[in-house]
Structures are given as C-alpha cells and as structure tokens.
Design a protein around this ligand. Sequence first.
Ligand SMILES: *[C@@H]1O[C@H](CO)[C@@H](O)[C@H](O)[C@H]1NC(C)=O
Ligand SMILES: *[C@@H]1O[C@H](CO)[C@@H](O)[C@H](O)[C@H]1NC(C)=O
Ligand SMILES: *[C@@H]1O[C@H](CO)[C@@H](O)[C@H](O)[C@H]1NC(C)=O
Ligand SMILES: *[C@@H]1O[C@H](CO)[C@@H](O)[C@H](O)[C@H]1NC(C)=O
Ligand SMILES: *[C@@H]1O[C@H](CO)[C@@H](O)[C@H](O)[C@H]1NC(C)=O
Length: 168
Amino acid sequence: MFDYKYLIFLCIIFHNFHIIFSCGCYGSKSCTSNGILCNPFQTNDSCLCDCCPPCNTCEQFLKLNCLTNRYTKHYSLSNNQSNIILKINKSMKPKYIIDQTNNNIVHYLWDPCLHRLLPKGIYLTNNTNGIYKLIGRPREKLEKTSFEILFKSLVNQILLVNFTITII
Ligand SMILES: *[C@@H]1O[C@H](CO)[C@@H](O)[C@H](O)[C@H]1NC(C)=O
Ligand SMILES: *[C@@H]1O[C@H](CO)[C@@H](O)[C@H](O)[C@H]1NC(C)=O
Ligand SMILES: *[C@@H]1O[C@H](CO)[C@@H](O)[C@H](O)[C@H]1NC(C)=O
Ligand SMILES: *[C@@H]1O[C@H](CO)[C@@H](O)[C@H](O)[C@H]1NC(C)=O
Ligand SMILES: *[C@@H]1O[C@H](CO)[C@@H](O)[C@H](O)[C@H]1NC(C)=O
C-alpha cells in the first residue's frame, strides 16, 4: 500500500532565510515558534519547535503554537454540516472532513489534535487512507459548542477543521 506518511520527507518548504530544503524531522528544538532556525549548539528558551511542521506534537501545536500560523490551512466541514445537531442516544450519520472548495472528502490526514474532548459517545475514526470521520451515539445533552481539530496533512500542511455540535 502507498504509505503517504513518507511523502512528508519528500516535500519542501520555503524557509525564513529563503533557503529551500527538504522537510524531515529536525528535532523538537530546531526552530522557534515562528520558524526561525535555532543554533543546534546554543538553543535557548525560544527554541521549542521542530522546523518541519508535521514533526511537531499536539502539545507543540496547541500549547506552543509551533509554526501553526504559517502552515495552517483552514478547512470546514461542508457548509451543510458545520453546525452538527444530534439527538441524544441516536446514532449519528458519519460526518467526514470535506474540502469546501470541491466537496470532496479529504484524504491523507493523520495525528488529529483536539482542543477539547468530543462529547461522550462521539468518536473520530480513521481508515487506512487517512480519511477521518465523526461517528457514534451521543450520551449527553450539549448546548451548541465549538470544536476544533488540527490534522497533519500532506505537503507540510496543518489542517484546521472547526464545527459546532449541539445535542438535544
Ligand atoms: C534564541 O534563538 C533564536 C533562534 O536562533 C534567536 O532568534 C533568538 O534571538 C535567541 N534568543 C536569545 C535570548 O538568545
Ligand atoms: C451537503 O451539500 C453538498 C452539496 O453542496 C451535497 O453534495 C451533500 O450531499 C450535502 N450533505 C448533506 C449531509 O446534506
Ligand atoms: C439515554 O440512554 C441512557 C442509557 O442507555 C439512559 O439512561 C438515558 O435515560 C437515555 N436518555 C434519553 C434522553 O433517552
Ligand atoms: C489511524 O489511527 C490509528 C490510531 O488512532 C493510528 O495508529 C493509525 O496509524 C491511523 N492510520 C492512518 C492511516 O492514519
Ligand atoms: C470556524 O472558524 C471561523 C474563523 O474563526 C469562524 O468564522 C466560523 O464561524 C467557525 N465555524 C464554525 C462552524 O464554528
């Protein structure tokens, strides 16, 4: 099977210093959160991120904001499902991550980072093509609440998906 994860090692990013280089993992202290290259022998307290965006962990993305601003592409679930309304104890129809520009399901996502836990009974599942969906049967009522998920995706992109869930 085609393992898309290896693709990140082939892709290139345009660095601060206008040097083009291929993006492997450089180490968790190789850059500042703005993507400024750190001296490997004199790292300091601002050196908290991996220069290669997909190599950062959820903690690096969510707590330290590592390179997220530069590489994040904002996606929404398709318009007609960005405000999800569910009934308690009723199985929900799966909600896929949809590219709003062409209505296609987004492939090749991995390592989702959630800002907030999903409601009890709702899960994010994936398949081998990196297609993620929300499924499940909600177990508790919930007022309209915003959720955000950061995914790693191809070509050094970080994909931010936001939506609301209401459970009645
Ligand atoms: C820490 O390292 C970064 C990246 O090399 C540099 O921009 C910054 O000035 C350094 N800070 C200090 C206090 O040395
Ligand atoms: C959302 O709208 C798209 C067209 O814009 C349609 O293809 C799709 O079936 C709709 N999905 C739902 C869940 O209604
Ligand atoms: C949902 O199911 C749980 C356990 O199966 C039950 O205790 C609860 O009363 C149900 N809630 C509603 C609103 O149906
Ligand atoms: C699907 O998710 C599991 C764990 O949640 C992970 O181990 C696996 O690598 C993922 N598969 C793909 C293709 O991303
Ligand atoms: C997603 O985030 C954008 C920008 O912050 C916001 O304008 C939009 O209302 C959000 N959508 C949902 C469904 O929360």
